[in-house]
Design a protein around this ligand. Structure first.
Ligand code: NAD
Length: 444
């Protein structure tokens, strides 16, 4: 099938690539000229495991192409995916200007029937707005005769595992009441639906809400665990024991109940906020979601508070080694990353940071530029040199078994603030570290 994808970000690029991988003829359109020219030269502008080679193979095979030419894009695909950003508006609600701009572009150039697919995460009612926008522009063109369907097909990929998630989705949600559009979507996704039927067809509004409900549920699990972790710390309990104790109940399960320094990224914070705003707009107070957000914002400050408390507030002139900048492992994404809240608080207090991340160094440089209180280090070891303590923010695998003797030798004092509970407190004590973690007593 011929498919066009508008937006070559984490979602559009991965989705376009895996559709090409199974044999569809895919054209990806982006307004960002430098992104498109990089992609055409075989350079993938984001870090996502396995994506580079897939993009290159499919581009070389002629199944995947990139362009800034929207008219060409509209002409190309029977199916038109909208996979552009939906960042928070000033009040936290989802800003639909990019989605509606693509809808208008499609309507300006379409000459035959198209199935338009909302892949972006959009509030309930957006498909109606997209349909109305397309109808309005077609009417202006005197082409109201051209048939079109708008389908909601939310994306559930996880950054860091996006290629695998899209190749083997847990479920494929298709929101439509049109049998024709459903058939087109079933044919499109048939290559991903062979093992068992993963397609769930529902009405458009339910599909739109499913995406928010999924992200809000996951964010709730994280905030819940962080709340219990804070309680555990104050009450002399060990959250890691509690985690295992509750995870063993199959109704709860072990997944997604790790305590830490709060969720970040481009989805959970904005989607929780957007659903709160949607609820507000229909005079419903989303009390639980507000608490989830509040707990998360507070949790992002807990590491800094521990550092501040340990040094009795005297952080001016201190230097901290920081491991992990991306909001989670296996991505270079720094959007809403807890590391940013921490670094900004440390700088505010007059401290400097020597940071290392396996993938997010370029992105950190892009965000913060050249500041004299931030040194970006080429290895995790070089970030330690002369620092007053080590702070771990992101649980990259390469941090799991570090050389503790080297850490001790390089740091001025043997102190580790661990925002991800990567190590056993008793072992850290026996190695001579002062060790702070989340939801467990400090180990001295
Ligand atoms: P992104 O910011 O990485 O990429 C968006 C892309 O769209 C950018 O390259 C931008 O230049 C392009 N764009 C903007 N306007 C355009 C236009 N008029 N025509 C063509 N391209 C245009 O965003 P993302 O992370 O890929 O997210 C896209 C959507 O998918 C969002 O709604 C997000 O909430 C949702 N989503 C994201 C994830 C994730 O993990 N990142 C997962 C599921 C769903």
């Amino acid at each position: 099938m011929k498919v066009t994808v508008f937006g070559t970000g984490y979602v559009g690029l991965v989705q376009g690539t895996i559709l090409a991988e199974v044999g569809h003829d895919v054209l990806c359109i982006d307004v960002d000229e430098s992104k498109v020219s990089k992609l055409k030269q075989g350079h993938v502008p984001i870090y996502e495991p396995g994506l580079d080679s897939l993009v290159k193979e499919n581009y070389d095979a002629g199944r995947l192409d990139f362009s800034t030419d929207a008219a060409l894009g509209v002409k190309h695909g029977q199916v038109q995916f909208i996979a552009v950003g939906t960042p928070p508006d000033e009040d936290g609600s989802a800003d639909l200007k990019y989605v509606l701009a693509v809808a208008a572009t499609i309507a300006e150039h379409m000459d035959d029937k198209k199935v338009i697919v909302d892949k972006s995460t959009v509030p309930v009612g957006t498909a109606d707005k997209v349909y109305a926008k397309i109808s309005e522009v077609l009417e202006q063109r005197g082409r109201s005769d051209i048939p079109h369907e708008v389908v909601s097909n939310p994306e559930f990929l996880k950054e860091g595992n996006a290629v695998a998630d899209c190749m083997r989705p847990d479920r494929i949600i298709i929101g439509t009441q049109s049998k024709d559009a459903e058939e087109v979507m079933r044919e499109l996704y048939a290559p991903f639906n062979r093992n068992h039927d993963k397609i769930i067809v529902m009405d458009v509004r339910s599909a739109e809400l499913t995406k928010y409900a999924a992200n809000c549920m996951l964010a709730t699990k994280i905030s819940f665990m962080n709340e219990i972790a804070n309680l555990a710390e104050l009450m002399g309990a060990d959250i890691e024991m509690v985690r295992q104790g509750i995870g063993s109940d199959p109704r709860i399960g072990y997944q997604f109940i790790y305590p830490g320094v709060g969720y970040g990224g481009s989805c959970f914070p904005k989607d929780v906020q957007a659903l709160i705003r949607t609820a507000d707009s229909i005079d419903f107070e989303a009390k639980l979601l507000k608490a989830v957000e509040e707990r998360n914002n507070a949790q992002k400050t807990t590491l800094f508070k521990k550092v501040e408390q340990h040094f009795n507030g005297a952080l001016k002139g201190k230097t901290f080694a920081l491991w992990g900048l991306s909001f989670k492992p296996n991505t270079d994404d720094m959007r809403e990353a807890p590391s940013r809240v921490l670094m900004e608080a440390l700088w505010q207090a007059g401290a400097s940071v020597q940071a290392y991340d396996p993938e997010a160094m370029e992105e950190t440089q892009r965000i913060y530029g050249n500041r004299n209180d931030l040194t970006l280090c080429g290895t995790k070891e070089s970030a330690l040199k002369g620092a007053d303590a080590l702070i771990i923010v992101t649980e990259w695998q390469s941090f799991r078994a570090p050389d503790f003797d080297l850490i001790k030798a390089q740091l001025r004092e043997s102190i580790i603030f661990d925002g991800r509970n990567m190590f056993d407190p008793n072992r850290m004590t026996s190695k001579g570290f002062v060790y702070y973690s989340v939801g467990r007593k400090p180990a001295m």
